[in-house]
Design a protein around this ligand. Structure first.
Ligand SMILES: C[S@@+](CC[C@H](N)C(=O)[O-])C[C@H]1O[C@@H](n2cnc3c(N)ncnc32)[C@H](O)[C@@H]1O
Length: 261
């Protein structure tokens, strides 16, 4: 059976992604150029024995951060290449995480429920993310928290320059249609066609999807770029000025009402 095009893409770039991405392991990260949890303070109080599910875990840094705090972690990713690094790092550190290779869309927790479900920058690669939010909400325990960080709709525009009367140039982000931001289409590294489409949606659409899934939205954040980001790469650092002018990531934190255990 042919590999899922997204798995094929992430398997092909997993070595490169590891070599260019710098993630601060001492913090929980939300996205490129952003502060981590030590500054943003978006997660609920964490307690020993809480159950956690991470969707699109990549190399598993966030699940390791949670496992170090005594949470029982399940971490899912579509790419065996990404998971190989995740398993290696967890073993080296001596933390136990239940890694599963699956798409978010195909994942079935088999009746398990969680106190905390998180996903950092994976939902932009899911074709019907709001349908998934509805499904995932049913895996939360009463009082449990869902945190999704994803590409901000303004970021899926393009940089354009405008000539000023004094001869100078001003740069800004052009969004042709806010309600349908341009898809970011990435090619397979081996030139074998379209691999991954990163899609963005209006902020209100995300908010409404969480509410329609029966969740109570606690935080809706569009953090500016940080001078000391928990997640960076040379490319991202070069874009620091531009990314300080617009939100690149949208973070939504919500909970399922009901008493916590
Ligand atoms: C930009 S990386 C982010 C990884 C990690 N969350 C982080 O912040 O470092 C996106 C990750 O999502 C995974 N991914 C992409 N599409 C997916 C899908 N449909 N289901 C599960 N994982 C997916 C990729 O394999 C990759 O590891």
């Amino acid at each position: 059976m042919a590999a899922h095009p997204q798995a094929q893409y992430w398997n092909a770039i997993s070595d490169l992604y590891r070599s260019i991405t710098r993630i601060d392991e001492s913090d929980f990260h939300y996205g490129p150029l952003l502060d981590g949890e030590s500054v943003l303070q978006l997660l609920p109080p964490l307690q020993l024995g809480m159950t956690s599910l991470e969707l699109g875990c990549g190399e598993g840094q966030n699940s390791r951060w949670l496992a170090r705090r005594g949470l029982q972690c399940v971490a899912v990713d579509i790419s065996e290449g990404q998971l190989a690094y995740a398993r290696e790092d967890a073993a080296r550190e001596g933390v136990t995480i239940d890694f599963r290779c699956s798409s978010i869309e195909g994942f079935d927790p088999d009746g398990a429920t969680f106190d905390l479900i998180t996903s950092s920058h994976a939902f932009e690669f899911v074709a019907n993310p709001f349908e998934e939010v509805r499904r995932i909400a049913t895996w939360l325990k009463p009082g449990g928290t869902l945190m999704i960080s994803t590409v901000h709709p303004v970021y899926n525009g393009e940089w354009v320059s405008a000539d000023e009367e004094d001869g100078s140039e001003t740069w800004g982000r052009l969004l042709i249609n806010y309600f349908k931001p341009i898809d970011d289409i990435r090619e397979q590294p081996d030139g074998q066609g379209e691999a991954v489409i990163s899609r963005a949606y209006p902020v209100s659409a995300w908010f409404n999807a969480f509410r329609q899934a029966g969740l109570v939205v606690d935080r809706l954040e569009e953090p500016p770029a940080s001078q000391a980001p928990a997640y960076a790469s040379e490319d991202w650092l070069e874009a620091m000025d531009e990314c300080s002018a617009i939100p690149t990531t949208l973070i939504i934190v919500a909970h399922k009402s009901g008493p916590t255990a």
